[in-house]
Design a binder for this molecule. Sequence first.
Ligand code: SF4
Length: 324
Amino acid sequence: MKNHIIFFSGGKSSFSVADYVKTKYPNDNILLYFTDTLWEDEDLYRFIYEAADKLKLPLLIHSRGITPPQLMVQQKFMANSRVGTCSKELKMKVSADYLKKGIVPEIEKWHNKEFLKQADFIHDVTLYFGIGFEEMHREGPIRHNWKPFEVVMPLIENVIDNDKVLKKYDIRQPRLYDMQFVHNNCKGRCIKAGQGHFKNLLMKDEKTFIELMEQEIVISEYIRYTKQPQIKNGKCKDYMFKDVYEFISNGKRSDKIKNILQNSQYLKSGRRSFGEDKKGQAIKKPYTFMKSMSLEELEKQPIQCDIWDIGGCGCFVEYEEAIS
Ligand code: SF4
């Protein structure tokens, strides 16, 4: 009996791939595999569980147990549209460590495990990705990164209407698509997205946008703080980490956090100097998800943003070193 693992992201395309594999290999051992960033939209979980139930397939969920903002604070690095450290650490590394080295991450959950047809689902497995022909630029890196596994991308070779497949199982699409997002990743907060994507978040879910904006401000100020030579070389204790980590994790606003949010110069001038970098140069550049514009600037002048700059998660594209 052959093994098949579908990288199940919670998006419509990966559901179509699951249906494709199930229809083509009804008697084989098929597993839906989801790597959870713990930063997903609530409706994503409704979708993946309902999908697994209606497909009658086992679903394995793995997670490092931290969210992308928590990772940014731990790493003192703002993941952004050019450097997606969260996709590398929380998705790619988790899945590669497990499938290639058998390392189980901090959190493991099974759903419908009774549908697993044989316990060893990794031996000689074929991996499936829901990449369509409009994303063919991702094909080469994915195949390269997952060697020696066989990789199949059915949506490149077949014309499949995702909405028809959903209808076949009578499953409502994840609500982010109803809100005109192009994918169902990280509740519309994907740090690899562009101005148009974040403008859509501002229009459709202002509460989430404001929360994210405040997190961006606090993480940015924290990174600047840690760039100070005295903090970097350990001569001065890091007095902000605990407050920042708590705020990022549960929204708790200590006096330090309130102070940052009320008085942040980060976005008032956006270009002020804050300490020096390792070459002794003044640090002036704001740290933002989009590099070109902070979320606060976008909120103040949404008209001037590039609405066609959508972008989105390039998970499984950039990964190189940690998968080998
Ligand atoms: S979807 Fe975006 S925010 Fe979420 S893990 Fe991937 S790159 Fe990071």
